[in-house]
Ligand binder design. Structure first.
Ligand code: ADP
Length: 374
C-alpha cells in the first residue's frame, strides 16, 4: 500500500481521511496538536510543526507521497523530499508561487490569466506614493488568510489601514458574483472540472456565508470561467486539486482573485452532491487512479457553522436536533472541542432540485443552529 502523508490535521485533513477509508492507502498526519480534527482518523500521527524544515522533512522521508491541507507549510523541506523521490501534491514550485500573493499575481499576468490590475507596494510610504491607483484592495504578500490580510483602500484617508509590508494593491472590481471553480489535474495532465460554485460572503466576518452549486450564470460566463481555470491549472505544471476563486463583474468579465492548491471550503458540498467528491478526487490523483465523475447528483447549498461572536470555550451546538430533523440536510461537525468567535466549527450541506428551496433552507439553518460555549 502507498504511504501518503498530509501536512495539517484540521478539518480538511479530516475530510480527506474520511475519503481515504475507501482506498488502499496508509495515511500519515503531521500536526502540532494530537487532538486536532484529523488526529484519530489517520493510521500514523506525528506531532510536529508543518512550518518547520526538520519536522516536515523527517515526517516525509519514508513516504511515497505527501499533500497539504493548508499553504503555510515548509516548502524547502518539500523540495528536498521531492528531489529524493517523494511525490508532492502540489509541487513545491507551484506552492511557492501561490503562497505569496505578489508572486501569484505576477504569475497570472505573465501567463495571460485575467486578474484585476495591480501594482506592488513595499511599505506604507510606497502605498501613499501610489494613491492615484485608488480605489483598490491592499493584500499582504505573505501570511494573509480568511480576509485577515486584505483591506479595502478607497481614498487617501484609508491609507493608514494598509500594510507596512510587501503587498499587492489591486483595482477594486465591481463584483457581481464571487465564484469558486475546483479543478483536478493528474500526473498525466488530464483534468476534471467541477460545476462552479456561487460564494456569498458575510461582509462583517469576511468568511463564507453560504454557497450554492452549481452557480447560476450565463453559458458564456461559464465557458470563460472553465477556460481560465483550466489554463491556470495547466500553467502551474503540477498535479493536484485546485480551487480557483474568481470574480464576475457587472459586465460579465471574469477575473481570477486567487487560487488554493488544495481541497477547499468551497467544495465541501461535493461529498454529498457530486459523484466524486473533491476529497475522493485528490486520492484518485495521488494514488494514480482514473479521475472521478464531477457531475452533480443534485444542486446543493452549504452553510458554514461558525463560532458565535459572544462565545469562547467548550463547543455546544445549540439547535442541532432541529437541523438533523430537516430533510436532505447533512451535518459535518469538525470535532474541534473549543469554539471562539468566527472559528469554523463545521458545515451543513443541503440538497434540493429547487434553488429557492436551497436558499430558504440555508437561511433557516442559519437561524436555527448556533455554536456557543457550554
Ligand atoms: P483571502 O485570501 O484572505 O480570502 P481575498 O483575496 O480572497 O482574501 O479577498 C477577500 C475578499 O475581499 C474577497 O472575497 C472579495 O470579497 C474582496 N476582494 C478581494 N479583492 C477584491 C477586488 N480586487 N475588488 C473587490 N473586492 C475584492
Amino acid at each position: 500500500m502507498l504511504k501518503v502523508g498530509i501536512l495539517g490535521g484540521g478539518q480538511l485533513g479530516r475530510m480527506l481521511l474520511q475519503a481515504a477509508a475507501n482506498y488502499p492507502v496508509e495515511t500519515f498526519v503531521l500536526e502540532n496538536n494530537e487532538h486536532c480534527p484529523a488526529g484519530h482518523l489517520c493510521h500514523y500521527f506525528t506531532k510536529g510543526d508543518i512550518r518547520n524544515f526538520d519536522d516536515v522533512y523527517n515526517f516525509g522521508k519514508g513516504l511515497d507521497a505527501i499533500t497539504i491541507e493548508i499553504e503555510s507549510v515548509n516548502e524547502d523541506a518539500l523540495e528536498k523530499l521531492e528531489s529524493e523521490g517523494v511525490k508532492v501534491y502540489p509541487k513545491p514550485s507551484a506552492l511557492r508561487i501561490i503562497k505569496n500573493k505578489i508572486k501569484q499575481k505576477e504569475f497570472y499576468k505573465e501567463h495571460q490569466v485575467p486578474t484585476p490590475a495591480f501594482v506592488v507596494t513595499n511599505n506604507l510610504d510606497d502605498l501613499k506614493a501610489k494613491s492615484d491607483f485608488l480605489p483598490a484592495v491592499h493584500k499582504i504578500g505573505m501570511g494573509g488568510y480568511d480576509g485577515r490580510g486584505v483591506q479595502v483602500i478607497k481614498t487617501a484617508d484609508d491609507i493608514s489601514r494598509g500594510f507596512d509590508a510587501a503587498s499587492v494593491l489591486e483595482k477594486l472590481v465591481n463584483i457581481h458574483k464571487e465564484i469558486a471553480q475546483i479543478v483536478a489535474i493528474n500526473d498525466k495532465g488530464e483534468t476534471a472540472i467541477y460545476p462552479p460554485v456561487d460564494m456569498v460572503f458575510d461582509p462583517l466576518l469576511n468568511l463564507l456565508d453560504y454557497q450554492i452549486s452549481p452557480a447560476d450564470l450565463p453559458k458564456e460566463t461559464l465557458w470563460k470561467i472553465e477556460a481560465v481555470a483550466i489554463k491556470l491549472v495547466k500553467e502551474l505544471k503540477t498535479p493536484g486539486i485546485f480551487a480557483v476563486e474568481l470574480f464576475v463583474d457587472k459586465q460579465g468579465e471574469v477575473f481570477v482573485n486567487e487560487t488554493a492548491p488544495r481541497v477547499h471550503n468551497s467544495g465541501h458540498h461535493t461529498i454529498e452532491a457530486n459523484y466524486s467528491s473533491q476529497f475522493d478526487m485528490l486520492w484518485r490523483v495521488i494514488l494514480g487512479y482514473p479521475l472521478g465523475n464531477t457531475a452533480h447528483i443534485l444542486p446543493a447549498a452549504i452553510v458554514n457553522l461558525i463560532g458565535d461572536n459572544n462565545h469562547s470555550g467548550v463547543a455546544n451546538y445549540q439547535g442541532l436536533n432541529d437541523v438533523l430533523k430537516m430533510e436532505n440536510v447533512f451535518v459535518h461537525i469538525y470535532g474541534k472541542s473549543q469554539t471562539k468567535p468566527g472559528r469554523k466549527m463545521g458545515h451543513i450541506t443541503i440538497l434540493s432540485k429547487e434553488k429557492n428551496d436551497l436558499v430558504y433552507t440555508a437561511h433557516k439553518i442559519k437561524q436555527t443552529i448556533k455554536v456557543i460555549s457550554k
